[in-house]
Design a protein around this ligand. Structure first.
Ligand code: FES
Ligand code: ZN
Length: 313
């Protein structure tokens, strides 16, 4: 006989959450997911009631579940959906379509930064360059910058991202074992603006295991992408996920315990580690180490490569 939901005791349980000792029916699971977002936002004081919040949407399940869940958790708050179209053939337009659908569904304003239209380049252009093995890192640099630009245009000072518990733990392990202490501090649930004028970054899914965002999207019928990014194959992310899976097998609480320890550690580190000093980029004002930010460097580089190509033709 199927077991009953531990919360409502009437519907059949379909989702088991071993770390919480809970088996829930779909309705109670959705409620549980949304309440955890609400508690996380309140615990870390991520935003005030009167602050409009930008949500970085990628088309993937995490950011989709995040925006949908935030709308349910805070029905009176103003949210704005932000999307960066990187010009990856097929994939970027597919993701944009899903992101638009989602913004429509939850009834929020939607802003797009189209890299091709605005800068005349696409992420794909980096494929034939020295960055061919580092496309994901170029992508990260571009997104960090363009989401700030979008936030400015949308008039929001808070930017929510869909980083989930597994993402955070994966980054933490990597940075921990490679001794990248300043990076470790960046994984906090709330990151103040690095320089005035930029956004405060918040991670309302920091306590949400990856698998639960997928379940949330499926049960709540939230639109999200149906294809993978062509550059994501065999990346470190998948290795990290496998490692977390193995470590959690004998101890369902492993992820939660590790997160708590790392958050404590990052507080200690914050007091003791000196952050590299930053100066505004002379071109765009974004933080940089030496006067030109990583984004402006990459854009200038790829434009040069492309113009050489046209000269040679
Ligand atoms: Fe950034 Fe795939 S979306 S590399
Ligand atoms: Zn710059």
């Amino acid at each position: 006989m199927p077991i009953k939901c531990r919360k409502c005791h009437s519907a059949d349980a379909e989702i088991s959450l071993p770390y919480a000792g809970l088996s829930l029916c779909p309705e109670c699971f959705l409620d549980y997911y949304v309440k955890r977002i609400k508690r996380t936002v309140e615990k870390y004081r991520m935003f005030r009631e009167d602050e409009p919040v930008g949500v970085a949407i990628s088309g993937g399940k995490d950011s989709a579940a995040l925006l949908h869940g935030l709308r349910r958790a805070f029905p009176d708050q103003e949210f704005v959906g932000l999307y960066v179209n990187l010009g990856i053939p097929e994939y970027s337009d597919h993701c944009q379509e899903k992101a638009e659908k989602l913004a429509d569904l939850v009834d929020v304003e939607f802003h797009v930064f189209d890299l091709k239209k605005e800068e005349g380049i696409s992420l794909n252009d980096f494929r034939r360059t020295v960055f061919k093995k580092k496309i994901c890192s170029v992508c990260g640099t571009i997104k960090r910058h363009t989401f700030e630009e979008l936030a400015k245009r949308a008039g929001v000072k808070v930017l929510a991202t869909g980083h989930n518990m597994d993402d955070i733990l994966g980054f933490m392990f990597n940075n921990f074992f490679s001794g990248q202490w300043p990076q470790l501090i960046r994984l906090k649930p709330v990151l103040p603006p690095p320089t005035p004028g930029l956004t405060r970054k918040i991670k309302p899914l920091i306590r949400t295991p990856e698998r639960e965002s997928l379940l949330y999207c499926l049960y709540a019928e939230v639109p999200f992408r149906e294809m993978d990014c062509p550059y994501s194959r065999g990346t470190k992310t998948k290795e990290r996920l496998r490692m977390l899976e193995t470590l959690s097998q004998d101890n369902p609480n492993f992820r939660h315990q590790a997160l708590r320890i790392f958050l404590k550690l990052s507080k200690i580190l914050e007091r003791d580690i000196e952050q590299p000093s930053i100066v505004p980029c002379t071109n765009c004002g974004f933080p940089s180490l030496n006067g030109t930010c990583a984004y402006c460097k990459r854009i200038a580089y790829i434009k040069k490569v492309l113009s050489k190509d046209t000269e040679e033709k």
